[in-house]
Design a protein around this ligand. Sequence first.
Ligand SMILES: Cc1ncc(COP(=O)(O)O)c(C=O)c1O
Length: 379
Amino acid sequence: MASKLPRVGTTIFTRMSALAADTGAINLSQGYPDFDPPQALLDALARAVREGHNQYAPMTGLPALREQLAAQLQHHRGVRVEPDAEITVVPGATEGIFCAVMACVRPGDEVIVLDPCYDSYEPAIELAGGRAVHVPLTLPDFRVDWQRVEDAITPRTRMLMINSPHNPTGSALYREDLEQLATLAERHDLLVCSDEVYEHLVYDAREHHSVLQWPALRERAFAHFSFGKTFSVTGWKTGYCVAPPALTAELRKVHQFVAFVAVTPVQQAIAEFLAAEPDYPATLAAFYQRKRDLFNDALAASRFTLVPSAGTYFQLLDYGAIDQRPDSELCERWTREHGVASIPVSVFYQQAPELRLLRFCFAKSDATLLRAAELLCKI
Ligand SMILES: Cc1ncc(COP(=O)(O)O)c(C=O)c1O
């Protein structure tokens, strides 16, 4: 049978994590913490299972959780969201994004994505029969060239995908970016799919700007969030999507036949945890900024050049002063020979420019980060 996704193979995250496991390298490739989530959250999950929260939740998510999420959005972003009509709990942001694309993109539609871009977007667009139109972020600081985005818009453009804070580069959109996005989206009547899974991981006193905070975007956007990132439980694969009622209704039509629901005890546990500790997400920026700085300080003596990371738990290292070979080749070679696994940045591009960048995840214990930095200093 001819593949519907002929260009898709096993993701780089799976391949690099497998190589790290095979070679015993420190795994700074895939983006997940190597430390435990808050104890109170683990206790809440154990209690939820014991107390019988083990059958299907409502398709849209547990009401208690959706109410907590509305309270969170009010608390952290100052936006009012209607929990029944506008919030859908999903089994991971990946599923939420897939459902949003499937619900809105028709055969022949174009969707603008900004390269380097997260690898799940384009397959979703293709499965919907659409075409991803790639616009590169500017170098060296990975910002959006809004004129270039506007130039890529055609009568077939249906949706624009954004991701801030940004994986893999660690850049984050500024207020004026959201203003430009709002102007463009209104002028060309576009939908916006906004991947905000790292919303709480923004550093150096910068703020996260959500599409939900701009009225012109609010009425045409899907905003996607992930508990995996916020609560250090990537394996729980649960998140949520916020969109206006009409878009939410369409997303749910797809969601109910892709996954139908997210895992019930996980939803119950997060609802209880957020009710008890509504300020927990606000502690994350300082926590991860310290880790970023620890890793970067330990790399000061290395031959790598640090690319400033404004958000996410990723740090890019430029190896241009060390070697000129392609990043995919070096990434594998250095995992085997120097014992630290990373992710090559070129794989996030349709057409990669001349880059010498590797992505390292700093959501790891201090000891792991220091040991990895020590090994990287020897390259
Ligand atoms: C930019 C981005 N979007 C979405 C996801 C997926 O989130 P989830 O695990 O909730 O599906 C990730 C996970 O790494 C990510 O980095």
